[in-house]
Design a protein around this ligand. Sequence first.
Ligand SMILES: Nc1ncnc2c1ncn2[C@@H]1O[C@H](COP(=O)(O)OP(=O)(O)OP(=O)(O)O)[C@@H](O)[C@H]1O
Ligand SMILES: [Mg+2]
Length: 407
Amino acid sequence: MSTMPSILPKPRSAARAADFVAFVADKATEQVLKNYVLEQAMPHTYIAVGTIDDAIAHLAKLDRSPQFLLVDLQGCVMPLSDLGRLAEVCEPSVQVVTLGERNDVGLFRSLLKIGVRDYLVKPLTVELIKRTVNVTDGVVNQVMLARAGKTIAFAGTRGGVGVTTVALNVARHLAEETHRRIAYVDLNLYSGAANCMLGAQSNNGLFDVLQNVHRIDPQYVERTLVPHGTRLFMLSAELDYGAPHPYEPGALARLLALLCDSFHYVILDVAAPAEALGNEAFDHASRVYLVADRSVHSTREAVRLLRFVEDRDNNPITSLLVNNVSPASAGKVELADFTAAVGRSVLHEIPYEAKAVTVAENLGEPPRERAPNGFNQTVRRIASDLTGQRPAEAPKRAPRFRLLRKR
Ligand SMILES: Nc1ncnc2c1ncn2[C@@H]1O[C@H](COP(=O)(O)OP(=O)(O)OP(=O)(O)O)[C@@H](O)[C@H]1O
Ligand SMILES: [Mg+2]
């Protein structure tokens, strides 16, 4: 019997906006590519004269990345950093082919290292592009390192320290503001708070996927994810209390491998770090954020958990976040004492937000809080640590405007 209730989303077509997108520097190359797609009878294509910046602007508007992307490096002063920016708006699975004027082996090797599938030297011919892009098999013939999304785990030193609040808002920010594709996996199989914070209900998809791990494929996983907007996808479960845990060793690893192929970030909400599923989450995370409050118990647990997470082969980067889930009061552990006891600096201290966080959680909306160093600004900074982009500072209030309004 299926465990999926009727709220299971209807299978979405895995339609991409285009199979083949190309931005080239000159009309002659554009014409060659138009001849090529005509010959291959490719229906979903977009070919234009333009720079990498034009390609970035175009791709940032698409919900799904194309299967093949061809960009022209002619006139490009910093091709590697430009391609790095381009990678940020593409799904990891996109196969990128570059074009250029110089037969430069050094550049070619550097491009391959960052995941570009091939570098073709102009003049481009239909024959050359046919030898490179194999439309029938859906691959670029040159076999190179595949780019993959990153798995980021959030865990807490104790219950209720704000793991889900922080992780979900970072995920939401990455999806909405930085246009990354995000899969959020709530590992509390007995109903974590993440769905409630999105104003949604679980479809038990995570339970289904973990049970059927031997027959899951990208389409299966995609059907099971619940979309929130165009870039944030939720995988969660709401098992009955007392229902057996569907954990099977290796199941999470298989799921993460599939998710990392089509999402920039897979955010793992590790509800129970001590359990097998939590342990497996740490084994596959490239980065772990440990959320603590300013209590003696959290200070002690932070030491133990950091040791537990860091003592494994994948060597995840670990960062400490101190979250203030209650107002400042005497008797809390001072930040300086916390860091001294743990022997590590705190990456960010998240301020107590008296109203917006609670209201947002209950309405299933993002917190509408605009303090310059408030909750949202800290979420932005955490997201920027991940993307490597500098956070846009919160808009400063213009005092003159207030004066004018008083008149
Ligand atoms: N910075 C903050 N300011 C004010 N309230 C906060 C803050 N962070 C979290 N909260 C509140 O604290 C409560 C617990 O948060 P949350 O559910 O995210 O914790 P958790 O660590 O995921 O808990 P659990 O162990 O149940 O999974 C929520 O009501 C949330 O709104
Ligand atoms: Mg939680």
